[in-house]
Ligand binder design. Structure first.
Ligand SMILES: Cc1ncc(COP(=O)(O)O)c(C=O)c1O
Length: 339
């Protein structure tokens, strides 16, 4: 039973069917097709604003492109020290932006704070020109930024002329966790551009850059092509996303993942010696296990990653859209037995 990542799961049948439907006949290439047009309209309705949409196939590309349009090569991009964009993407955002500097900030639960951002901007000196702030929602710790926290960060950022980018690889999980509208969680709170994920929540390979501040969209298509991310058959990515945003599939998936993660967290919290490290706001569970328990669980065929960034003996367990709740009950029961 594999809890290593949301990516270990397969693809939702609705999205596979959409790919199959898009396969009939011919269609204009490079995003000039009807499905891509419909996707733009669908996302404009969901976000209650006219948005520009650029489908891509990895979250790293969505982050790199959306940061690149938000900063010159001499710019500073503030993010959390444990942000994916900072510590898992081998400098993709710096590369795509032609040299911008990612400057890490600290903060509990992988959240940065408006006052720290203000201080960092004031103290940047000649290192770079403050240009962008990147917030991960839901965060790498499985927590979420509340609306007032995002608004406060965006207020500081905009007052100093910075663009606010959101890494929404798990955006759906944050939307259902906070029970807010996609518009409230983004542009109404001050987000200018969003890397919107779907792969972790049921797509085969589909993400999108969603632009709220329209002038950022000007160079985005050029950068996408230059970066090798303009798919000639973009319709197959758009088809997945259209299915994702039909009949609330994205929200149903995220709700299932979050609920299963909460159930896993509650089960593990009852095991003597186990400590849940971060609030389980979304679908990630970080647990400190008593010595030996991780090994015993792995020997019993439960797969998960160690997460030493959050301390010794801390592991990460991820519930996805299709994780069977019975498997998390089984894991908690095994932990109680093996401890
Ligand atoms: C928060 C976050 N952002 C971005 C990504 C990058 O996604 P991908 O692996 O599709 O490039 C990930 C993947 O784990 C992630 O967790």
């Amino acid at each position: 039973m594999n809890f290593q990542s949301d990516n270990v799961l397969g693809c939702a049948p609705e999205m596979l069917d959409a790919i199959h439907r898009a396969n009939a006949g011919t269609a204009p290439s490079y995003g000039e097709d009807e499905i891509s047009d419909r996707l733009r309209a669908r996302l404009s309705a969901i976000f209650e604003a006219e948005v520009d949409v650029v489908p891509v196939v990895t979250g790293t590309a969505a982050n790199a492109l959306s940061v690149a349009v938000a900063t010159p090569g001499w710019g500073a991009v503030y993010c959390h020290r444990l942000a994916h964009v900072y510590c898992h993407e081998y400098g993709a955002a710096e590369f795509y932006s032609g040299g911008a500097k990612l400057l890490p900030l600290d903060g509990p639960g992988c959240r940065i704070d408006a006052a720290d951002l203000e201080r960092a901007i004031a103290g940047v000196g000649h290192a770079a020109v403050p240009a962008c702030v990147s917030l991960t929602q839901a965060t790498e710790a499985g927590t979420v930024y509340r609306l007032d926290e995002i608004r406060a960060i965006a207020e500081v950022a905009h007052r100093h002329g910075l663009i606010v980018q959101m890494d929404g690889a798990r955006f759906a999980n944050a939307v259902v966790s906070l029970n807010v509208s996609p518009a409230d969680l983004t542009w109404r709170a001050g987000i200018d551009i969003l890397a919107l994920g779907a792969t972790k929540n049921g797509a085969l390979a589909a993400e999108a850059v969603v632009v709220f501040k329209r002038e950022l969209a000007r160079t985005l298509p050029l950068r996408r092509t230059r970066g090798g991310h303009l798919l000639s058959k973009t319709r197959f990515i758009a088809a997945q996303l259209e299915a994702y945003f039909t009949d609330d599939l994205w929200l149903r998936h995220a709700r299932a993942a979050n609920t299963t993660a909460a159930r896993l967290g509650a089960g593990l919290a009852r095991v003597p010696g186990v400590r849940i490290v971060h609030p389980i706001d979304a679908n990630l569970v970080f647990a400190e296990l008593p010595p030996g328990l991780a090994t015993a669980l792995r020997e019993a065929d439960y797969l998960f990653f160690d997460w030493p960034k959050f301390g010794p003996n801390v592991v990460r367990l991820v519930a996805g859209f299709a994780t069977d709740p019975a498997t998390v009950d089984a894991l908690a029961a095994a932990a109680a037995r093996l401890v």
